[in-house]
Design a protein around this ligand. Structure first.
Ligand SMILES: *Cc1c(COP(=O)(O)O)cnc(C)c1O
Length: 249
């Protein structure tokens, strides 16, 4: 088969999968009494090539996400070279020493969870002459929160009790805008109650910062529950693009 034929087959496959994901979002919105346009679909394209991004862009998607800078930076550059104008979302754990690279292509960083990252992203955004929307990643794991209170340092998100202080830092930082909150459902418990806790944190943040309306929650396996609990942005990889090698989260 020619590579052109392969690409057109891939485009058809992505079109079918996109239709399926859009239908799931529409059903979840209808079930929750929400309008379909209240939820933005972000295609998580990690491990997939820039050609897939181009197909999805041609099918009408404008929001794309990645979780590793080493992969995201060249992919964003390739897409820009193809003339695609996209919004890139950085959704993975971020080290402060990668903030300068991420600040060059990401419009939204979903994984802001500590002061050091706020300062690094802010200063690089100012240098790049850009404004980056930041979401506070919230750790919804109650056992981890208890361990942290007992002195064990947590990873992957700020605990709910620390979110408002971090929100104030982001709001005060040049180059950054506070967009709202993000979370990944903790393993080993049903996602819906966890997303309900996220919604409470989101409401607390929004009552202090009315512009911070974004709730990034829900992936291929749990986007329906997230939408039921108010998600405004779902991050979908597998259901849209297919399976990844198991070691890539
Ligand atoms: C990979 C990833 C997703 C997408 O996960 P799927 O289950 O493939 O839809 C969403 N959010 C984050 C933070 C991810 O790393």
């Amino acid at each position: 088969m020619t590579s052109q034929a392969q690409e057109s087959q891939r485009r058809e496959q992505l079109a079918r999968q996109l239709e399926g994901v859009r239908a799931r979002i529409a059903d979840a919105c209808a079930a929750a009494g929400r309008r379909g346009d209240e939820v933005t679909l972000i295609a998580i394209t990690k491990t997939f090539p820039a050609s897939d991004v181009a197909h999805l862009a041609a099918l009408g998607l404008g929001d794309f996400g990645e979780n590793r800078d080493q992969e995201a930076a060249p992919k964003a550059a390739q897409c820009a070279a193809l003339g695609l104008s996209l919004r890139w979302h950085f959704v993975g754990q971020l080290q402060a020493n990668k903030a300068g690279s991420v600040a060059r292509y990401a419009q939204v960083v979903h994984s802001v969870d500590r002061s050091r990252l706020v300062r690094a992203l802010g200063s690089h955004a100012v240098t790049a002459g850009r404004q980056i929307t930041c979401l506070i990643q919230v750790n919804l794991d109650e056992e981890a929160a208890a361990a942290a209170a007992a002195g064990d340092s947590g990873r992957g998100g700020a605990f709910p009790a620390d979110v408002l202080a971090l929100a104030a830092e982001i709001a005060a930082q040049d180059g950054l805008a506070l967009g709202g909150v993000m979370a990944v459902a903790p393993l080993g418990e049903p996602p819906r109650p966890a997303f309900a806790r996220l919604r409470q944190v989101a409401e607390l943040v929004r009552s202090a910062y009315p512009g911070a309306t974004m709730i990034s929650a829900g992936m291929s396996g749990d986007m329906d529950d997230a939408i039921a609990e108010g998600a405004t942005h779902v991050r979908v990889g597998t259901a849209l693009l297919g399976g990844r090698p198991p070691f890539v989260r």
